[in-house]
Ligand binder design. Structure first.
Ligand code: DGL
Length: 277
């Protein structure tokens, strides 16, 4: 027979269901955000959704991207009933967040270029924003610069290839230093006696390549990854949810329906995912 205390404890435990967090990206870049969130709320139930059938988002026309994100996320919200959705993609967040918040009642956390902290942190007051061509050309990004970059020189660098390179590396197909160096070269400005000292990683795929960036950069800079700040925001939104006792293993799904290659499956294991082969 159980004591009153242990009965009360058991009842409380069964009531503390894990919060469900849906993390979404066009591909695997959002894993760089997922790993930070999982570190601060390891008790949550995570569903990671990669819209690989739509990758790369940087190449999609804006109306098509808004409609696609709405449809893919709408289906995922119905299927998983998340408590919170993290749009772990700058290309989607800088365009579709307003529409998503108007359509769905679940709270959204977006990922947008970290221009404000970069300008605050920069000593030379010369920064670069490295993102997809779509993200750096968005009005949302320009507005962040107008609002938060006063007194700081900002160069916008749109890369058509880096997100694909990050996917290739994860799938076991390394990219050369020369190819990586060519994509980041425009970030490095040396003018008026001031050099770029901070580069905003404005695409969630890029932290996957940051060691390659460090190795190919013409001089050392601070590579600003916004993922820890996003994780803090998620933790704040979930602070009223008590830690659940038994978090299920994180799930990963691909809109293509394709099973990952053996090399990719191995890379995913490093993030805690064991997708069905
Ligand atoms: N990971 C995405 C981002 O943060 C973009 C990659 C793409 O699909 O073009 O912008």
């Amino acid at each position: 027979m159980s004591s009153p205390d242990s009965t009360a404890e058991a009842a409380a435990m069964s009531e503390t269901a894990p919060a469900t967090v849906l993390v979404f990206d066009s591909g695997l870049g959002g894993l760089t955000v997922f790993r930070e969130i999982a570190a601060v709320r390891p008790d949550a139930r995570f569903v990671y959704l990669a819209d690989d059938a739509g990758f790369p988002y940087g190449n999609l026309p804006e109306p098509a991207l808004i409609a696609r994100v709405r449809d893919v996320l709408g289906a995922a919200i119905s299927a998983h009933a998340p408590d919170l959705v993290v749009v772990a993609c700058n290309t989607a967040s800088t365009l579709a967040l307003t529409d998503l918040r108007a359509r769905f009642t679940v709270p959204f956390v977006g990922t947008v270029p970290a221009i404000k902290p970069a300008c605050a942190r920069s000593v030379s007051k010369r920064i670069a924003v490295l993102g997809t061509q779509a993200t750096v050309s968005r009005e949302y990004t320009r507005a962040l610069i107008r609002e938060f970059a006063t007194g700081c020189d900002v160069v916008l660098v749109g890369s058509p290839r880096l997100a694909g390179y990050a996917e290739a590396e994860l799938a076991g197909h390394p990219v050369s230093d020369a190819d990586i160096g060519a994509e980041i070269a425009a970030c490095f400005v040396d003018a008026d006696g001031r050099r770029t000292d901070t580069v905003v990683l404005a695409c969630t795929h890029y932290p996957l390549l940051v060691e390659r960036f460090r190795a190919t950069a013409p001089w050392p800079v601070d590579w600003l990854d916004p993922a820890p700040a996003i994780a803090r925001r998620v933790a704040a939104l979930l602070q009223d949810r008590a830690a659940a006792a038994n978090a299920p293993p994180p799930q990963i799904a691909f809109t293509s329906g394709q099973a990952p290659s053996p090399a990719l499956a191995k890379a995913l294991q490093a993030f805690g995912f064991y997708p069905a082969a």
